[in-house]
Design a protein around this ligand. Structure first.
Ligand SMILES: Cc1cc2nc3c(=O)[nH]c(=O)nc-3n(C[C@H](O)[C@H](O)[C@H](O)COP(=O)(O)OP(=O)(O)OC[C@H]3O[C@@H](n4cnc5c(N)ncnc54)[C@H](O)[C@@H]3O)c2cc1C
Length: 429
């Protein structure tokens, strides 16, 4: 059975006059923060311009992993794993979380050296990843159509269902008193005496003492209207769901040019790994020097495209008044059809790597816009406006670490001691 791309949450009809915290963006980060804050007894409004989980949070691969994470992000990924483990009980719904393992296979010595380097850097965390020899990979994932030189396997990493998780978390927040507002874009923030005093939505003003900007790929645009230069760019990634009835491992596998994981609906989500499309915009030029150091390592994974998108993007207003229709109301869901032939390429690459998938059929494909920061780490931090907090820029990792990121954001907003180190995620101008 084909699962929907995302489960639709019916939003609340009445907007509250006042809450403690208004959250801008109903992706997994905003929903997780809403749940954390509502559990602490705060009055919360979660404002989503389109549908809960309609953008990146439903369009991703669904991998929940600690393996391969930046060392600074590992503690957040470890805490998130604990939160995923208890998610079913906490939200009262099956979000498909399964610790079925993730295997990275290395096609050459360079890739294997990368896995070894990561393994050495993160040994002190006491996690369970294992470096595998070529022979061990062949035993673990037999039937490969090419020779792998080794691999990295983490038995306790796994997956959850992007199509249901964010909606379930938002509904759990609502059950604890949060107000969920869909089709409700936030146009801007009101201030009094230099501090946040409310948000202006397309349906009216909500007074509040704190605002969390968890607006995914839209954060740079929103923050820019407040005079905040949030350094963020976009890449577009394509995923396909395939139907396959033959043998295949329960764990997910990622290789140089392919990735797949089993889905709860019986199919598999597949993608071309390390192949993201960058539709050039003016921001790519403005932020070139910020992104250059990281680009040196990742340029091989990027397909840079210049075309109509550049000129369409130039038409988007960067500044607007609170009584104007904003870009957020003009694009309710940012996410689209697959890019070019990347969906069929994904299946082709998978079959080349594992011929057992021959005959599998694509039943649906889509793309999503991933928001990236210069160092590929998210910003979870107070912003340079009193009462405003940012949790954004998850750089392709936010689904797995979403629950812990939501917790960290809630701790910062409430002034609690943080349960993971917030320093690596601090906003820098
Ligand atoms: C193809 C793909 C594969 C990925 N694979 C993985 C993976 O396997 N594992 C992993 O951990 N991560 C993965 N990611 C990354 C992960 O999906 C994201 O990092 C994560 O979902 C980000 O969550 P978010 O809440 O920040 O953003 P989003 O889910 O994009 O949510 C932001 C929300 O804010 C709303 N919004 C924006 N502006 C406004 C406004 N002004 N008013 C109201 N609402 C607004 C938007 O409509 C949107 O719904 C992948 C992403 C993609 C696209």
């Amino acid at each position: 059975m084909n699962m929907p791309l995302f489960c639709k949450v019916a939003g609340d009809t009445t907007i509250p006059a006042e809450v403690d915290v208004a959250i801008i963006g109903g992706g997994i980060i905003g929903a997780s923060a809403a749940l954390e804050l509502a559990e602490r007894g705060l009055r919360v409004a979660l404002c989503e311009k389109g549908e809960i989980g309609g953008e990146q949070s439903s369009r991703n691969w669904g991998w929940v992993r600690r393996m391969g994470r930046d060392v600074a992000e590992v503690p957040l990924a470890m805490q998130s794993r604990m939160l995923w483990r208890e998610m079913r009980q906490r939200v009262g719904a099956d979000v498909g979380y399964t610790e079925s393992g993730i295997l990275y296979v290395a096609s050459n010595a360079r890739e294997m050296a990368g896995h070894e380097a990561w393994y050495e850097k993160t040994r002190h965390f006491g996690m369970e990843p294992r470096l595998l020899s070529a022979a061990e990979v062949a035993v673990m994932a037999p039937g490969a159509g090419r020779k792998f030189v080794g691999g990295l396997y983490t038995s306790g990493d796994g997956r959850a269902e992007p199509g249901v998780a964010t909606a379930a978390i938002a509904e759990a927040a609502r059950a604890r008193g949060a107000v969920i507002l869909t089709q409700c874009a936030v146009r801007g923030v009101e201030t009094k005496a230099g501090a946040v005093s409310g948000v202006v939505t397309e349906r009216g003003v909500i007074q509040c003492g704190a605002v969390l900007l968890a607006s995914g790929a839209w954060t740079r645009l929103f923050a820019g209207n407040l005079g905040i230069n949030f350094k963020q760019l976009h890449v577009r990634a394509t995923v396909a769901r395939i139907e396959h009835s033959g043998p295949a491992p329960e764990f997910a596998i990622g290789g140089t040019d392919f990735a797949f994981r089993r889905r709860q609906d019986g199919g598999y989500s597949v993608a071309v790994r390390n192949s993201n499309v960058v539709p050039l915009t003016i921001d790519n030029f403005k932020l070139m020097f910020d992104f250059l150091p990281n680009l040196r390592h990742s340029w091989r994974e990027l397909q840079i495209r210049f075309g109509a998108h550049f000129f369409q993007n130039l038409q988007i207003p960067r500044h607007w008044g609170m009584d104007e229709t904003t870009p957020f109301e003009r694009t309710r869901i940012n996410g689209d059809a697959p890019y070019g032939t990347l969906d069929t390429q994904a299946l082709h690459n998978l079959i080349r790597a594992y011929p057992a998938f021959t005959g599998a059929k694509i039943t649906r494909s889509w793309s999503g816009v991933i928001d990236v920061t210069p160092n590929a780490l998210p910003v979870i931090s107070p912003a340079p406006l009193q009462g405003l907090f940012i949790a954004s820029g998850f750089s392709g990792h936010g689904f797995g670490i979403g629950p812990a990121a939501g917790r960290l954001a809630a701790e910062l907003i409430t002034g609690q001691a943080t349960s993971t180190d917030a320093a690596p995620f601090r906003y820098a101008a």
